[in-house]
Design a binder for this molecule. Sequence first.
Ligand SMILES: CC(=O)SCCNC(=O)CCNC(=O)[C@H](O)C(C)(C)COP(=O)(O)OP(=O)(O)OC[C@H]1O[C@@H](n2cnc3c(N)ncnc32)[C@H](O)[C@@H]1OP(=O)(O)O
Ligand SMILES: O=C([O-])CC(=O)C(=O)O
Length: 379
Amino acid sequence: MSDDLKRGLEGVLVAESELSHIDGDAGKLVYRGYTIEDLARNASYEEVVYLLWHGELPSRSELETFEEQMTAERTLDEDVLDQVRTLADADEVPMAALRSVVSSLSAHDDDATFEDVADEEANVRKARRITSKIPTALAAFNRLRNGEEPVEPREDLGHAANFLYMLNDEEPDEVLAETFDMALVLHADHGLNASTFSAMVTASTLSDMHSAVTSAIGTLAGSLHGGANANVMKMLKEIDESDKNPTKWVTDALEEGRRVPGFGHRVYNVKDPRAKILGEKSEELGEAAGDMKWYDYSVAIEEYITEEKGLAPNVDFYSASTYYQMGIPVDIYTPIFAMSRVAGWTAHVLEQYEDNRLIRPRARYVGPTDQTFPDIDER
Ligand SMILES: CC(=O)SCCNC(=O)CCNC(=O)[C@H](O)C(C)(C)COP(=O)(O)OP(=O)(O)OC[C@H]1O[C@@H](n2cnc3c(N)ncnc32)[C@H](O)[C@@H]1OP(=O)(O)O
Ligand SMILES: O=C([O-])CC(=O)C(=O)O
């Protein structure tokens, strides 16, 4: 047993996985051997989900069947919708609302059990239901907190387009639907990131799929992980409202010891390939709107931080200005990340159950030893 301390488990190999691979020096990401660039350009989110869960890309007929199965699970049970309403009325934080709702989905899932948690077919069905229902719950939550009634899912729209439709009560145009679909593809999996690892730890105790996804949502919410996308947009807006240019604002922030959201990564030593693709999308959206402000601020910050700190943008940096220009509310950026990443979480949970070993590391004890228990009146 080694006594080397690996803080944050940095670089520690804890599992074998066939799902995704990151080459942090080359800035390359693949899902099951397909490059992220190829998938972003050619695959729909549904195709990527199928790839992650079933090991290969679907044929046309397999995809049709899969899309029908996903579509059939979109509707929320009335009780769950009531819970969404209650959370919206309480003005709950969107990630917390999502965490609570996903947890309670098990109450209405016939496959939910703590008995036979590793049943693969049941787990794929549960993963399908959770993945299909998250967009409905999130769109309904956003509408209800704004005093609007939820919009029923449509069967003739894909996963991405249907979400935007339910969010806005308006069918998105092709550019918006395709951009959003691509964003979902880009966020679907990413090795053993913290939230995925969290899901795996939960599954490794032979707890169930709903618990694993609930753990993962809680983990994604933090500002060092998925929560950074909303913080990037808050920063861009703060810059816009200040009398400083982006470079000055960031210089001051760094001098105050603040971290700049959307920069740095545990695995990438170069620019995240997803940030490159999202940066292009952000630029295209700016050009289409005739307003390059958000993209220009982002580029100025990227140039400065790369030069000054040697840090490159991660996925959260350009997703922020992309979503903003699509009219998506800032505080649901991280729930949208979850809406996509649920594919990866559940795929890793399936892998974990397949070859399970309890995940249980150790801490080096540095506390006091040999203490004598004092009587309560002597403390
Ligand atoms: C989807 C995702 O989860 S992508 C990541 C999203 N998170 C963010 O964008 C938040 C900002 N980024 C960060 O906080 C970090 O880069 C992390 C958490 C992502 C990675 O952190 P780690 O691998 O633990 O690197 P670590 O925190 O040791 O940083 C190394 C050095 O770079 C600095 N650094 C890293 N990121 C940043 C940043 N965004 N702004 C300023 N300095 C930074 C650290 O201060 C540290 O400097 P030091 O050695 O002088 O103390
Ligand atoms: O891999 C990580 O540590 C964080 C990340 O980029 C992701 O989860 O997409």
